[in-house]
Design a protein around this ligand. Structure first.
Ligand SMILES: [Zn+2]
Length: 252
């Protein structure tokens, strides 16, 4: 079973999950052409589409990809996107061949945002909620909602591979260093990511263990992050810490 990034637009990844030699699922196909090209080049039939949230760079390719066939398009029940054939909610489980996919509601970036977790593969497809070294902007939900969503992802096994929808790692780590300058795990990661980007290689997937050590948006309870937030404004609780660093990132 392999999971391949298909690059789209300037920095999106459409993840292609191979079910076997002939069939695959794609996650958040914003651009139909790169997906069609990949499927044709590898002689793969599209077995299904998973949607994490309604933003156009995640859904814009679905109509074209499903025109010619009746592919299942699975996404959140409260999504404003109208092209779903099957809806899911927090706690839903999907079966694709031998794969069991669990759905977690992770509102904040958008209200309809879900993540897909596959225990057998220790793989998490989290769209624009958790990024490598960062997290999505809070557009539709509240900061408290977003932190709670990230907290639920943080509970997954540390060995989980995290498949985010954008290549934002280098910029995220630059901000992370401003928040958490003495973190040696973070410093090591900056050097590693810089080498990968020089070779034009993806920095994804990341692991939940790595994110827990070096992503400030999963570290609202670490003394270094609390201290950095506190120097911006007085903080009372974890939600405050998260809000202050998320707003700091928005203007970074
Ligand atoms: Zn988005």
């Amino acid at each position: 079973m392999n999971i391949v990034p298909i690059s789209a637009f300037t920095d999106n990844y459409i993840w292609c999950l191979h079910l076997n030699d002939r069939r695959a699922i794609v996650v958040d196909p914003g651009d139909p052409e790169v997906v069609e090209a990949y499927l044709a080049a590898n002689n793969i039939e599209l077995a299904g589409i998973l949607v994490t949230h309604h933003h156009f760079d995640h859904t814009g390719g679905i109509e074209a990809l499903t025109n010619a066939s009746s592919v299942a398009v699975i996404g959140p029940e409260n999504s404003p996107f109208s092209g779903l054939t099957q809806t899911v909610r927090h706690g839903s489980e999907l079966m694709f061949e031998s794969l069991d996919i669990k759905v977690l509601a992770v509102p904040g970036h958008t209200l309809d945002h879900v993540a897909y977790y596959i225990p057998q593969l220790e793989a998490l497809f989290c769209g624009d909620t958790l990024f490598s070294g960062g997290c999505g902007r809070v557009f539709e939900g509240t900061f408290a909602q977003m932190r709670k969503s990230l907290a639920s992802l943080r509970e997954l096994p540390v060995t989980t591979s995290v498949y985010c929808a954008h290549e934002y790692t280098a910029a995220n780590l630059k901000f992370a260093l401003a928040v958490d300058p003495d973190n040696s795990d973070l410093q090591a990661r900056v050097a590693q990511v810089s080498r990968l980007r020089q070779l034009d290689k993806p920095t994804l997937p990341t692991t939940l263990g790595e994110e827990r050590r070096s992503n400030p948006f999963l570290r609202w309870d670490a003394p270094a992050i609390i201290g950095s937030a506190q120097r911006k404004e007085p903080v009372q609780d974890a939600d405050d810490v998260f809000r202050v660093i998320r707003q700091w990132k928005d203007s970074f």
